[in-house]
Design a protein around this ligand. Structure first.
Ligand code: FEO
Ligand code: CA
Ligand code: CA
Ligand code: CA
Length: 632
């Protein structure tokens, strides 16, 4: 038995847990071997089973000397572990199409911004362009989410109390996501190409609502009496790639764009808006002054059209994105997926707010060969579940299905559409476990496990709030933790699971921290885990958001093994810029490069008085950018 951070006995050996499921990506790699009969340590005990693939020659094998960044870091710098190099691949404001003028902070227009790389980059995904059956890993399309905008960091002399319509329009155009052709040259350096393969999706791109809630009266507005066509996507945070080659981009903190919840009559929608944080009066952004759709006094249903997972076909720049209502409406952090044993697709998602829940969607049908054309409606049919983490280390996926359990008319639920629009209310009715802000969730198909980042919860156990529980074991959890979940039968479609805690983050000298059972004197410290990625070795990578509030460090990217004797040994690879969080960890298809987005560099400064000008110290303003990291 490894020591566990709570006293729950672990009796199951989990040999099945450790039976490696080789992912498609791992099979691409030469030299993948099974460590026959090796003793393998996991969160669930010590067993005899297959080990992770051999790390020989993998560019990101966790055997490098961990970065020990300077304290404090210079304001205009990132830092990287020895043996690696990086370049800035693309910045906010870079033109994506031919003939565009260079970015100029003093010459912004909404029309130009809609053709430029957006603001505050978050999740990224790399889609290789394969020619003649060969994937070099050096040529592809990079998708990047643009989570939100910050007028103070975008405009000179910005007045938050009185934004202009032109500023609001530029901000609308800087939301959404970018799809960009990227190429790695002979010297190893990555660059992006302008041209027609690129695409911007913004806060006014037409998007189809599909699935069980599409067309529901609660989704109809005066601009869209069908309830099936939305303008734009907002607060795109995490995401995932599907088994049929599309991307899922997740709408998170949509509440901030809306105003005047107090104008609604008392009832379920007003209460739900409050739970989401929609302001009773005017919004912080004040977009409602220029666009009635953001004013609930005029358009009470518009917020119901955000908080969804959006599917986009990256290979067709003209295709219409789709909001998939079957996956539920919440503050979706992520949408990472994996195949179930029978070929159905599974999407995991966290609802990032204090005491909110973890969800999983399982499609009704199997993934078919033939890309998006053959799987066009796959995400419109299936079952959404919410997680209950039992105190004994077991867990249950509770179905959000109208007419089952408490999800009935007697309890105020009127249809499946109503349950999906009010997934939070349904989760509460089902008795889901209230978590410490679920951020990214990432299946690990190499190991057969799933990782959940709980970034922090400074109200856990405080007066009037839920107490600690085994899955959220620390009061006032400022440093966050990571849960490891193993589906029963190692089948992503299972309705029950086992879980344990992999990390309790924070200062390793703090006795309440736990680094997978590894010697804490040898780990790289981390706090506030957020974005996750898994490589073909089954190694887990974590990007942090808010570590400087807990530890004397900038936000970081760390990697750690999740099985074997070094389980829990975090190694820092990268340190972000002052004021930034790190996001978007994604590998190219040959895992020779890691893409990391640096979001809100210099936050706290303004265009007039910047605290950082990264990545261009001679420039006017800090610019959120994507960095390509690779062996030196
Ligand atoms: Fe957008 Fe929860 O991070
Ligand atoms: Ca996040
Ligand atoms: Ca991820
Ligand atoms: Ca975060």
């Amino acid at each position: 038995m490894t020591s566990t951070p709570h006293s729950v006995a672990r009796t199951e050996t989990f040999e099945a847990v450790l039976t490696r499921r080789v992912s498609r990506r791992s099979m691409l790699r030469a030299g993948v071997v099974v460590g026959a009969g090796a003793a393998v340590h996991s969160a669930f005990g010590t067993g005899t089973a297959a080990a992770a693939p051999a790390a020989d020659g993998h560019p990101f094998a966790l055997d490098f000397p961990p970065l020990e960044p300077p304290v404090p870091m210079p304001f205009d710098d990132t830092a990287l572990a020895a043996g690696f190099t990086s370049e800035v691949l693309i910045r906010w404001g870079d033109g994506l199409f031919d003939g565009m003028p260079a970015f100029d902070v003093d010459a912004q227009t909404a029309k130009l911004q809609a053709q430029r790389f957006g603001f505050n980059s978050d999740w990224t995904a790399f889609f290789p362009l394969v020619r003649g059956g060969v994937d070099t890993g050096r040529d592809g399309l990079l998708w990047v989410n643009h989570e939100y905008t910050d007028g103070l960091m975008m405009f000179r002399s910005y007045d938050p109390d009185n934004p202009t319509k032109q500023q609001v329009d530029i901000e609308l155009a800087a939301h959404g996501g970018s799809l960009v052709r990227v190429l790695q040259g002979g010297g190893g350096t990555w660059r992006f190409l302008r041209g027609e393969r690129n695409r911007r999706v913004t806060a006014y791109t037409p998007i189809q609502l599909t699935g069980p809630a599409a067309g529901d009266p609660a989704l109809r507005t005066s601009a869209d009496p069908t309830g099936r066509l939305v303008l734009g996507t907002l607060n795109n945070c995490g995401g995932g790639v599907t088994g049929w080659g599309t991307l899922l981009t997740a709408e998170e903190n949509f509440d901030q764009y809306f105003a005047n919840n107090d104008a609604l009559p008392e009832g379920k929608y007003k209460a739900l808006n409050q739970r989401f944080g929609v302001p009773g009066g005017e919004s912080g952004r004040k977009w409602e002054r220029f666009y009635s759709r953001f004013d609930l006094a005029q358009e009470p249903n518009e917020p119901h059209r955000f908080g969804w997972v959006v599917e986009i076909d990256p290979f067709d720049p003209q295709s219409r994105p789709r909001k998939r209502t079957a996956l539920g409406r919440l503050k979706h952090e992520a949408a990472a997926g994996v195949s179930a044993k029978d070929g159905r697709w599974t999407v995991y998602s966290g609802d990032d707010a204090r005491f909110e829940f973890v969800y999983k969607f399982v499609t009704r049908d199997r993934v078919r060969d033939g890309g998006f054309a053959a799987n066009r409606d796959l995400l419109d049919h299936g079952t959404l579940y919410v997680a209950r983490f039992n105190d004994d280390g077991s867990g249950d996926w509770l179905p959000l299905v109208f007419g089952t359990g408490p999800l009935t008319r007697a309890n105020g639920f009127t249809s499946q559409a109503d349950i999906l629009i009010r997934a939070r209310d349904a989760g509460t009715a089902l008795g889901a476990t209230a978590m410490d802000r679920p951020e990214d969730i990432e299946p690990n198909p190499v190991i057969g496990s799933v990782y959940i980042a709980l970034t922090n919860n400074d109200r856990r156990g405080t007066e009037g709030n839920p107490p600690t529980d085994p899955a959220n074991p620390r009061p006032v959890n400022t440093a966050g933790h990571v849960i490891e979940l193993v589906e029963d039968g190692q089948d992503a479609a299972a309705t029950s699971f086992r879980w344990d805690i992999l990390l309790l983050c924070g200062d390793p000298e703090d006795p309440s921290t736990y680094y997978g059972g590894f010697d804490k004197s040898q780990v790289s410290e981390i706090a506030a885990p957020d974005n996750l990625a898994v490589d073909s070795l089954g190694q887990l990578w974590i990007a942090t958001d808010g570590a400087p509030r807990v530890l004397p460090m900038n936000d970081a990217v760390v990697g750690l093994p999740v099985i074997g004797p070094e389980r829990g040994r975090t190694r820092q690879l990268f340190a972000g810029v002052f004021g930034s969080e790190l996001t978007g960890i994604y590998f190219n298809s040959t895992e020779t490069t890691m893409f990391v987005a640096v979001q809100h560099p210099g936050e706290g400064g303004t265009v007039d008085e910047p605290t950082s000008r990264w990545p261009d110290p001679a420039g006017e303003v800090a610019r959120s950018s994507v960095v390509a990291i690779r062996p030196a």
